[in-house]
Every structure is written in structure tokens, then in C-alpha cells.
Design a protein around this ligand. Structure first.
Ligand code: F6P
Length: 364
């Protein structure tokens, strides 16, 4: 019934994200029900290179849907096309992808389901170019992958951020403060935009709309004059002032994408405290809380649909594609059309206009 595919290798790569286990569970169950064997490579591509895997059975994937993280572990450093190895006592970068392909052949793995964000899926595309049968599954809290409406993990992350904004209202109102929440998202403002609207932020700052601090102050003052003696600002980690650059928290030199953003919330808090003397300002950096914990109901369902669809695409021999959701329709798109085309917030789009209509300021 399963045609050409008798054995699948699953892997999770990049930053962890709520819903990874739900995809693993759904894909494994679907494949096993079709008589296809499944193994899970550990630590993403590293497992493929080291041939480190475990057999996935119905029992192994039982009871994991609600768990955060990934039972297969993950890594955002192991690009097998530029892999750091030691040669003659020196560290050099080498293309070791053929070793990974040999390992697959040795174990009789016919195809891979690769669950990851743009870094992981870039390598998936590169394996596809070498003739490996791959299907990508779009994972990231940042929601910045092209073509699909939404990546799994995003909904759970915005729920965490929205909850944080709800809670920050308490102190903001009690102490008449300006409270800033810095959320993740890399160079895309999706998390800030969605959680900011749902969490009743007064100001939302996103990378796609450079901000002018004077516009933020205008908003705070306008609220002050009508008796609202607090303000809530939701700032994306990638937000930039007009004419300025991103705030970098750290360089992870052995990561394919070495820049880690962070710190804009604290910088903004210091600047605002100097300029708005009526209110104290505090910043909270939400960080990895957005990636942790149990996936939301929405993400469990989305991850399940993605996992099932990924196996279906393999059965249909639609290799080299990533599963997508458009409206309520599960579909797919070739990885060649997805990689290198990140999805950003449209500054003139409906959601930004909606937010502006209800008085939310973007600092522009
Ligand atoms: O891509 C997911 C993400 O959480 C981003 O929002 C964030 O910028 C980055 O990963 C943080 O990476 P790390 O976990 O390596 O610090």
C-alpha cells in the first residue's frame, strides 16, 4: 500500500518549539498504520551524520502530544553541508552530506521527514537537490516561513506572550508605570503584532516598521492626558529605531545563523525613563518561555495535520516539498520556492491597519 517508501527517518532541527512531539506522533502513527517503518534521528542532522537513531513505535510516541520540546532532541548548529570536523588537529568545515546519505542507505531509510525552520529546511532543500526524498514540516514560533499561512508553535508562543501582557497590566495599572514586554521573532514582527493586539498593548514595535521614540512618547502623553496613567509596550526583539540597527545580545559563532537578537526592550526602557519623567518604566524579556511548555490546542491540531500530510506527500511521491496550510486547506510547496523568502509583516496590511484603527501606535 505504501508503494516505494518502506522506511522513513524523522528528525527535528533548529530551536525547539511547542508541537514538535505532536508532529512526530502523528507522522509515526500514520506511517505505521500504512505498514511503513519509522526511525527518529537524534539531535537533528547530527543524528543523520552519526547514524544515531531510535526506532519509533506506537508505544514510543504514545503520551507525547502534550509535551513541549522534542523526544528526538534538536540542534541548530549541525549543517552537514558545512560541518565542523577535525583534520590533522585543525578544525575545518566540510561537506559531510554524503556520509549522511550513506547512513540512510545502510539502514534502508527511503525518505526523510524533516521538521524545522528556515535553517533546517535549507539543508532539507540541499538534500533534495542531491536526490534524497525529503518532505519538510514548517516549525517555528516566529511564523516567518513563506507560503504557509502559519507554522506550528506560533500559536502557543503568542498565547504565552499574550498572557504575559495581561499580567503586566496589573503592575502597570497599580504603579502607573510604563511596562515593556520584549518578545522573540527574529527579524519578523508576527509574535509582537499578534500578542500585542490580543494583549491590549498601547504600542507595538516590529522590525518591519522602524520606530521613532517621539511617537511612542506622544502616545504615552495622550493616554496620560485622558487619565490613563500607564502604558503597555510590546516590542519585538528585532525592532529597530528609525535610522538605527537591531540590538544584538550574543553571537553564537558555530551556528549557521550566528546573530542572536535581544536587549531592545531594556534600551527603550532606559531611554523612556529619561524622557518621560511622570512614569517609571520597566522591561521584561520573555525569552525562551515562549518556546517552552505544552502546545496550545490549535498547535496540537495543526502539528497533527502537518504530520499526517507529510507522510501522505511521501506516499504520493511529492518529494522535495514542504507541507503548508492555506486557509483551512492542507497543501504543499516546493522547498525551492520557500527557502530564502522569509515572510514578514506587511506594514500596510490588514492586521497592522486594524491595530492602528483601534489606536495602537507602531512608532511611525
Ligand atoms: O527562531 C526561534 C527563536 O526563538 C527566535 O525567536 C530567537 O531569536 C532565536 O530562536 C533564539 O535562539 P537561541 O535559542 O539559539 O537563543
Amino acid at each position: 500500500m505504501s508503494g516505494k517508501i518502506k522506511k522513513i527517518g524523522l528528525m527535528t532541527g533548529g530551536g525547539d518549539c511547542p508541537g514538535l512531539n505532536a508532529v512526530i506522533r502523528a507522522a509515526t502513527r500514520t506511517a505505521l498504520n500504512l505498514g511503513i517503518e519509522v526511525i527518529g534521528y537524534k539531535f537533528g542532522y547530527k543524528g543523520l551524520y552519526k547514524n544515531d537513531f531510535e526506532k519509533l513505535t506506537k508505544q514510543r510516541v504514545s503520551g507525547i502530544q502534550h509535551l513541549g520540546g522534542t523526544i528526538l532532541y534538536s540542534s541548530n548548529k549541525d549543517n552537514l553541508f558545512e560541518y565542523e570536523v577535525e583534520e590533522d588537529g585543525k578544525k575545518v568545515k566540510k561537506d559531510v552530506s554524503d556520509i549522511a546519505i550513506k547512513n540512510m542507505k545502510k539502514e534502508g531509510v527511503d525518505a526523510l521527514i524533516i521538521i524545522g525552520g528556515d535553517g533546517t529546511l535549507t539543508s532539507a532543500r540541499d538534500f533534495a537537490r542531491k536526490g534524497v526524498k525529503v518532505i519538510g514540516v514548517p516549525k517555528t514560533i516566529d511564523n516567518d516561513l513563506a507560503v504557509t499561512d502559519v507554522t506550528f508553535g506560533f500559536n502557543s508562543a503568542i498565547n504565552v506572550a499574550r498572557d504575559a501582557l495581561d499580567r503586566l497590566h496589573t503592575t502597570a495599572e497599580s504603579h502607573h508605570r510604563i511596562m515593556i514586554l520584549e518578545v522573540m521573532g527574529r527579524n519578523a514582527g508576527w509574535i509582537a503584532l499578534h500578542s500585542g493586539i490580543a494583549g491590549s498593548a498601547d504600542v507595538i514595535l516590529i522590525p518591519e516598521i522602524p520606530y521613532d521614540i517621539n511617537k511612542i512618547i506622544e502616545k504615552i502623553n495622550e493616554r496620560h492626558h485622558r487619565g490613563k496613567l500607564f502604558s503597555i509596550i510590546c516590542v519585538a526583539e528585532g525592532a529597530v529605531p528609525v535610522g538605527g540597527g537591531v540590538t544584538i545580545s550574543k553571537i553564537v559563532s558555530d551556528s549557521p545563523d550566528p546573530i542572536r537578537l535581544g536587549g531592545v526592550g531594556n534600551i527603550l526602557a532606559m531611554e523612556l525613563e529619561k524622557l518621560v519623567t511622570e512614569h517609571e518604566t520597566r522591561a521584561t524579556v520573555l525569552g525562551h518561555l515562549q518556546r517552552g511548555g505544552s502546545p496550545s490546542t490549535f498547535d496540537r491540531i495543526l502539528a497533527t495535520r502537518y504530520g499526517v500530510k507529510a507522510v501522505e506527500l511521501l506516499i504520493d511521491e511529492r518529494y522535495g516539498n514542504m507541507v503548508t496550510i492555506n486557509g483551512d486547506k492542507m497543501s504543499f510547496e516546493h522547498l525551492e520556492n520557500i527557502i530564502g523568502r522569509p515572510k514578514f509583516v506587511d506594514p500596510d496590511g490588514e492586521l497592522v491597519r486594524t491595530a492602528k484603527s483601534i489606536g495602537i501606535t507602531f512608532g511611525d
